[in-house]
Every structure is written in structure tokens, then in C-alpha cells.
Design a protein. Structure first.
Length: 252
């Protein structure tokens, strides 16, 4: 399968933007062209089961991204991952070493993380709403949790539309079409020998601060940043500031 994607810019370095689990590639509207104008070739895509990419078989997201880069003739890229996309970016770096020049992890998730009571309660409430068929309420639950106080009405509406699309694609899909997670061990993280930006939001669910701290402690060349204004989706909450953060990291 070829993922739905966009490409901008024709610079010598490639940046691959990987969206969060409540969004699709539209979440990068505030950074996509900005990074291209900064001299990068920028690729953003919809993972399988998001946006314009259907979910049609069991899959490994990291391998789908590898296939996309192969399709575009790209050997190596810097990966920028938001939340769930951050976990996928780390999995890609572990599964396909040598193809990643840098990682920027924005409020990244980690599949091996044990969720807090707060996150478990959220998951239970979302599940109950979906079982009841109330997709609108489940969507609002996500919008309220994942966007920080600086998110404007347009950002909230975009997340609402993107999350609704996720439910439309994933809820009817059979269990055998689920994604397969890639195991990432402490040894794997310690072996990453590339520059890594680990950014978290001070207004986010505390789980992601803990995940960020773990990444920063284990990855040798990690740079740890806390965004005091950010919730879980800084790319949508302060697009220009997030673009500047990424430009500066990639330039270095």
C-alpha cells in the first residue's frame, strides 16, 4: 500500500512528518510549507487508518513509512513525530537503522508505557461512548483532553474533523487489520546515535512528561525541552512557534 502523502520543497535534506493518533497529515499545516521554505524536502502522510489512507490489512506503521520513502526514492530522512507518531518514529529508527538522520519527538507516546489512572479513566470513558454509538461525544472527549489552552477555535475544529475521520475508518475495521507494534527496549534507545529532540508540554497529561524523561535519559544525544505553554499538540496550539523549534533543531 502507498500511504496518502504530500511533498513540498526540493532541498537536499528530507523531513518526514508523522501525525498523532487523533489527527492526520492536516495537523502539520502550520509547519509543512515553513520547513520547505527553510530548505528541506518535506513529506507528510496519512498512516494506515487515518485521513485518506484506508485500513485494509494488518500492518506495521514503520514498514509502511519505509515503503513510502522507497516509493519516493528517499534513502534517509529526519523524522518528526507527534504523540503516537512519535512512537512510530522511534520504532522506525529502531527497525530501520541507518535511514534516520534525526528525530524530533513532540509529546511522544511509547507503547511500553504503563498508563496512569487519568489516562485509563479517559480510555474507559471513550470506550463506553463508542460502544453506545456516540461518536460525537467521544470526539469531544478527545478534543478537550488533547488540546492545550492556546488552541484556537480553528485548531479545535480541525482536530474534531480529524478525530471523527479516525473513528469512521477504524471502528468498522476487523481486529485482524490492527497495527502491529514494534518492541523498543532500553538497549534499542541507548543505541540511537542520532540527534534527538524530546519536547513535552507543561499542560499535557503527565504521562507524556514521564515518557519524555525516559527517552531523554536513555538516548545519548537527546536534547530535552519543556514547552511551558503547550498541551499535547503543540503543532496545532502554537504553529509558528513549533515551526521555529523544528527549524532550529534541524538546522543544528
Amino acid at each position: 500500500m502507498t500511504l496518502a502523502y504530500d511533498v513540498a520543497g526540493d532541498g537536499p535534506s528530507t523531513v518526514l512528518l508523522i501525525h498523532s493518533g487523533v489527527c492526520d497529515r492536516r495537523m502539520w499545516d502550520g509547519q509543512f510549507h515553513d520547513l520547505a521554505e527553510a530548505g528541506h524536502r518535506v513529506v507528510r502522510c496519512d498512516l494506515r487508518g487515518f485521513g485518506q489512507t484506508p485500513i485494509d490489512a494488518s500492518h506495521v506503521h514503520a514498514d509502511d513509512l519505509r515503503d513510502l520513502l522507497d516509493h519516493l526514492g528517499i534513502e534517509r530522512a529526519a523524522l518528526v513525530g507527534s504523540s503516537f507518531g512519535g512512537a512510530v518514529a522511534v520504532e522506525f529508527a529502531v527497525r530501520h537503522p541507518g535511514r534516520v538522520t534525526a528525530l524530533a519527538l513532540l509529546c511522544a507516546a511509547a507503547h511500553e508505557h504503563e498508563p496512569s489512572a487519568e489516562l485509563l479513566e479517559f480510555n474507559a470513558r471513550e470506550r463506553a461512548l463508542l460502544i453506545a454509538g456516540d461518536i460525537a461525544a467521544a470526539t469531544e472527549l478527545n478534543v478537550d483532553l488533547w488540546l492545550g489552552p492556546d488552541a484556537d477555535t480553528a485548531a479545535r475544529d480541525l482536530v474534531r474533523r480529524m478525530q471523527t475521520r479516525v473513528f469512521e475508518l477504524m471502528l468498522p475495521a476487523p481486529d485482524e487489520f490492527d497495527s502491529v507494534d514494534v518492541e523498543v527496549t532500553e538497549k534499542d534507545l541507548a543505541a540511537l546515535d542520532i540527534p534527538v529532540l524530546v519536547a513535552t508540554g507543561d499542560k499535557d497529561v503527565p504521562d507524556f512528561t514521564a515518557i519524555g524523561d525516559r527517552y531523554a535519559a536513555l538516548i545519548p544525544a537527546a536534547r530535552r525541552v519543556t514547552l511551558d505553554w503547550a498541551g499535547h499538540l503543540p503543532a496545532l496550539e502554537r504553529p509558528e512557534e513549533t515551526a521555529r523549534l523544528l527549524r532550529d533543531f534541524l538546522a543544528a
